[in-house]
Design a protein around this ligand. Structure first.
Ligand code: SF4
Length: 459
């Protein structure tokens, strides 16, 4: 299997990759399909678009701004294109409109408050994050329809695509890479056989599609966006949107650490950095999926610490991202990175495993130590549920990223002090995560129907 590091780390906006970025991409895709459809078919004078959200998107889509994402996508916006715009201002304008201009002669009725439906009935059987888009005529007859699934990390599939694959993942064929590892064991064997590091093998796989200059530019753009997002979060103050009235904390924590650096420990810095990113995500600002929005703080926090406090070089940052991408690809291929599928073990757990592997690599870890680091970090997130309060990616998500970063750093340190030999393999740990996710009640898979989400006392 091959999943590009530049697909796994995508620059976009918050607060959720599966509930914001995926639906935006799906809406934009359906709009493109309408555009192609209307030029090749006779059209009635009245056309209307409807989007029905199912499953987790229906239950937590309000808090995750899914309706906002669908509206932006229907107006041709993409997460990447919005990263530097004032999204709130743009959205307010589009929310008031009740039409979409598809072509010079085709205007389609689309009134977001009425035409985006949160259907809390049975989820679609194929996946918890379903969306049905329809183009209707004035009698309500469907002229064009497509069903999409937001499968985590901003990736989407359609109904025909999801039926063709066991795990709903868009990837390229295994034969298309120099080092087609599908498991951590294969990764270590290929590394031993070739004498190449995990970063070098991943780089070689990427260079089958783009050249070295493009790859480095892509990795640098990802790191620059991560750093900008993190530093924006360290500066910003105030309260987060959504109704919980949660105060941003990264800024004041960072101030305290800077004022008294001799009292600041590793955990303090990692928490400040990770929380800064996730507060930016919660605010709907620019963020990089790593591998999702909800878990976007872990990897930038660990890299930022390595750069700022341990003098990691740009070359090491690139290697970090490549190794983290390799581990993220294995998890996505063999289990899931989506909270709606397997709970938070798949989001913050995966991010922590990826960060542990990346850090271990740049500290000089062998392939076995890298595998060990990822396994330690993932193992200690197994069973973690997804129960965001008020369907917002705030509580427990913001703090949880700080703890994911701390576990990542600890896992890399433990692994680097060992010889790579250990009892539980990363492959078995990933399989355990998948099985745990399958057996986890739907209440704990991004529906806000259980756990912390129902444990707050109104006052
Ligand atoms: S609890 Fe975890 S998986 Fe759920 S929304 Fe928050 S970060 Fe994502």
């Amino acid at each position: 299997m091959f999943i590009s590091v530049l697909d796994l780390f995508k620059i976009g906006i918050g607060p959720s990759s599966s509930h914001t970025m995926g639906p935006m991409v799906a809406a934009k895709d359906f709009r493109d399909r309408i555009q192609a459809f209307v030029v090749s078919h006779p059209m009635p004078s009245f056309l209307q678009v409807r989007c029905t959200l199912r499953g987790s998107l229906a239950f937590t889509g309000k808090g995750h701004a899914t309706d906002r994402a669908v509206t932006l996508g229907m107006h041709q916006h993409t997460p990447q294109g919005l990263a530097k715009l004032n999204v709130n201002e743009l959205f307010q304008k589009l929310w008031q409109q009740n039409t979409i201009q598809i072509s010079e002669s085709t205007l389609i009725h689309f009134n977001p408050p009425e035409d985006i439906i949160f259907d809390r009935g049975e989820p679609l059987p194929e996946h918890p994050n379903g969306m049905i888009f329809q183009l209707l005529d004035e009698t309500g007859k469907t002229l064009l329809t497509e069903t999409y699934f937001s499968i985590g990390g901003g990736f989407i599939t359609t109904l025909p695509e999801i039926g063709q694959i066991v795990a709903p993942i868009k990837m390229e064929a295994i034969s298309s890479c120099d080092f087609p590892f599908d498991s951590a064991n294969q990764m270590m064997k290929m590394s031993a056989d070739s004498g190449l590091s995990v970063a070098a093998m991943k780089r070689s796989n990427e260079l089958g599609r783009i050249n070295e200059t493009q790859l480095n530019a892509g990795l640098d753009a990802v790191w620059n966006a991560m750093r900008t997002c993190l530093e924006n979060g360290l500066i910003a103050e105030g309260r987060l949107p959504g109704g919980l009235n949660i105060k941003r904390r990264a800024h004041s924590l960072y101030q305290q650490l800077q004022d008294n650096p001799h009292k600041a420990n590793l955990n303090d810095w990692l928490c400040a950095y990770a929380m800064a990113v996730n507060e930016e995500n919660a605010a709907g600002h620019m963020v990089v999926t790593a591998p999702t929005n909800g878990a976007a703080g872990v990897i930038p926090a660990v890299i930022y610490y390595a750069v700022k406090h341990e003098n990691a070089t740009l070359e090491q940052v690139r290697d970090f991202l490549l190794v983290a991408g390799a581990i993220g690809g294995l998890i996505k291929h063999n289990s899931s990175i989506s909270g709606a599928e397997v709970g938070c073990q798949g989001e913050v757990g995966s991010a922590s495993a990826m960060a542990a592997a990346g850090l271990c690599a740049i500290k000089g870890g062998s392939s076995e130590q890298i595998e060990n680091a990822a396994e330690i970090a993932l193992e200690h997130h197994l069973g973690m549920t997804c129960d965001p309060v008020g369907s917002l990616v705030q509580v427990p998500c913001i703090e949880r990223n700080g703890f994911g970063a701390i576990k990542a750093y600890t896992a890399a340190s433990l692994a680097i002090r060992g010889d790579g030999q250990h009892f539980m393999s990363l492959d078995n740990c990933i399989a355990a995560m998948k099985q745990t996710g399958l057996e986890m009640s739907v209440k704990y898979k991004e529906t806000s129907l259980g756990g912390l989400a129902v444990s707050i006392t109104e006052c």
